[in-house]
Structures are given as C-alpha cells and as structure tokens.
Design a protein. Structure first.
Length: 142
C-alpha cells in the first residue's frame, strides 16, 4: 500500500460522519440503552455537571479517526483501483464481523451484560463501519 494513495480528507469525513451517526443513534436509543446498561437518567444528569463527562466524546472522535484510517488501509491492501463503494462496504462488514461484534460478544458475555446492550452497541458499530466504508470507498484514493 502506498501511503500517498490514502485520502486523508475521506478519513476525516468518514470519522466525523461516524461520530455524528453515533450521536443520532444513542439519542434515538437512549432509553433502551440506559435500561440495558443499567444507567439511570439521574446518573447521567449528575455526570454532565463534570467537565470529564465530555472526555469520552473527544476520545470517540479520535478513535473513529484511527478506525477510518485503518479501514482505508484495509481497502488499499486490496490493490490498485480498489477504492469503490462496494469494496468499502464489504471491507467494513468483514471488519465488523471479524473483529468488532466477536470481541463485543466475548466481553459482554463474560461481564454478564444484558444482551440488548450487545444489540444496541453492536448495531451502532455496524452502522458506523458501513457508513465509513461507503464514504472511504466513494471518495476513493487520493
């Protein structure tokens, strides 16, 4: 993979899109997520009073930049001319099945977490990766 072929604007756009999708996802599913995670609305309101409440949002954006960069590298490893919408989505789906949902299932299983939490969080990461793969594939290489 030639590093010069990586489209850093596409990586940034994919990361921001994934971050925004997460905001919408967890806003829409806030009540089911709170129930599955065992977090009360009161606890969240109390946490919002601390500046440290917002640190995970920054960490999430940074993590999504890394995720988009790695996904872009995975697509680039398919070979020259492989940045297509189709390859972006397929690569993202493979990453989710192979690494994300499997890891989450193991962690949630051993932690005894509610299976609904796995569906909500796992669905979120599937949607994020598919969106990022589509953006990276559609933008193509630089």
């Amino acid at each position: 993979m030639a590093v010069a072929s990586i489209n850093y604007w596409a990586i940034f756009a994919a990361a921001v899109a994934g971050w925004l999708l997460g905001a919408v996802w967890y806003t829409v599913l806030s009540k089911p997520w709170q129930a599955a995670a065992g977090v009360s609305a009161n606890k969240i309101k109390q946490a919002q009073k601390s500046p440290s409440f917002y640190v995970p949002f920054v960490v999430a954006l940074l993590a999504l930049i890394v995720m988009a960069w790695i996904l872009s590298g995975m697509i680039a490893h398919l070979g020259p001319g492989q940045f297509t919408l189709r390859n972006g989505i397929i690569s993202a789906a493979f990453a989710w099945v192979g690494f994300v949902i499997t890891t989450m299932a193991v962690n949630n299983g051993f932690a005894g977490r509610n299976w609904r939490l796995l569906l909500i969080d796992g669905g979120h990461w599937l949607a994020v990766l598919l969106l990022m793969g589509a953006i990276l594939g559609a933008f193509g290489a630089k």
